[in-house]
Design a protein around this ligand. Structure first.
Ligand SMILES: C[S@@+](CC[C@H](N)C(=O)[O-])C[C@H]1O[C@@H](n2cnc3c(N)ncnc32)[C@H](O)[C@@H]1O
Length: 337
């Protein structure tokens, strides 16, 4: 990364939150939705969204300046990525993730970043998963948002991970079941169990049923750190779990995975990871700031940290591959036998 020399680059970072919130508000207020079929004028968008024209024009100007919309004459049009990812009729829709997680939990949480960095406990907007998942409505909202965000990575992981010959997957901290569903769809004889806090599983059941996988997927309610894990699984998957718990509990989780697997069993860990030299990439590095809201003891994950924990737990052949470029990696290892 080139070092910053210009004050405008500093202010660009300082005011980055304005661009984020402009996009999130446009999404929430239906701006992109009302331009999904054809370009529209200011007054057409005003009627569709119910926003006053003067305020809407200010928002649309900002969105055009950011490349989220184009403006040709009087007509506004969604940018290609907006049309693909921020319009709800698309299978690739990411809006629920951005609205239900980014806007609802992450954006307000970051106001308290300095306090969290000083060790004054988890923030009030977004805290430890055990507390977050204790409220059924919050758990459902969070998991629904997570599902939208995890569908893409889950499809990529299912494509890249060889589960041929594997019979039963335990998806620890499986949340909405996005990864279980993708792996089962990709491997027609695979069965699975989703383990998560009880209130996360209601949403998982719904998504599993609507994917037509009700017969192949079980649900197990419990705390992965304390509950006895269900047996009979030859693959353990943890996606975005290591980053969700404190640094100290990654080791115990991997030891539990080792104990639960038979000889030859496979552990797959998908998560945000920065490079081993702790220099970036920025997208992954910034994610670990978010993780401190879930656990004050969270720390940036690297491929080495994950594979060291795997080897320490007894696994062999630990290896790491990138999944979402500059953001996440998949680590895998085998139980010897
Ligand atoms: C960021 S979400 C990831 C969900 C899912 N694995 C995915 O990648 O879409 C983290 C999940 O881990 C679950 N979780 C966190 N700590 C847990 C624990 N101790 N026991 C069980 N589940 C846990 C949360 O409830 C949440 O569903």
């Amino acid at each position: 990364m080139e070092l910053i020399t210009d004050v405008r680059e500093l202010t660009h970072i300082a005011y980055g939150f304005k661009a984020a919130k402009a996009m999130l508000s446009a999404l929430e207020l239906g701006v992109f939705e009302c331009l999904k079929d054809e370009p529209g004028s200011l007054d057409q968008v005003a009627v569709a969204t119910g926003l006053a024209e003067n305020r809407l024009e200010t928002l649309l100007t900002a969105l055009v300046s950011l490349g989220l919309l184009s403006k040709t004459g009087d007509l506004y049009e969604n940018a290609p990525a907006v049309q693909t990812f921020l319009v709800s009729s698309q299978a690739t829709y990411l809006g629920d993730y951005l609205l239900l997680q980014t806007d609802r939990f992450l954006f307000p949480a970051f106001v308290e970043l300095s306090e969290v960095l000083q060790g004054h406990g988890a923030g009030t907007a977004w805290g430890e998963y055990q507390d977050l998942m204790a409220d059924p409505a919050v758990a459902a909202e969070f998991s629904r948002g997570q599902h939208a965000g995890s569908l893409g990575p889950a499809a990529a992981l299912a494509r890249k991970t060889d589960l041929a010959g594997r019979t039963r997957l335990l998806d620890v901290g499986g949340g909405s079941g996005a990864f279980t569903i993708a792996c089962c769809n990709r491997n027609p004889s695979l069965q699975a169990t989703i383990l998560d806090f009880p209130n996360a599983l209601g949403v998982a059941r719904e998504f599993v049923e609507s994917a037509g996988l009700g017969e192949r997927v079980d649900h197990f309610a419990g705390d992965a750190l304390n509950a006895e894990w269900p047996d009979g699984h030859d693959v353990v998957l943890m996606s975005f779990l290591a980053s969700a718990v404190s640094g100290d509990t990654i080791g115990p989780l991997f030891h539990r995975a080792f104990a639960a697997l038979p000889a030859g069993g496979l552990l797959v860990v998908h998560d945000f990871m920065v490079d081993d030299d702790l220099t970036g990439p920025a997208d992954a590095a910034l994610w670990f700031l978010s993780c401190m809201f879930n656990s004050a003891d969270a720390r940036a994950l690297t491929p080495s940290l994950i594979t060291d924990h795997m080897i320490d737990a007894g696994f062999v052949h630990a290896e790491v591959q990138p999944l979402i470029p500059d953001l996440t990696c998949v680590a895998s290892a085998l139980k010897p036998g």
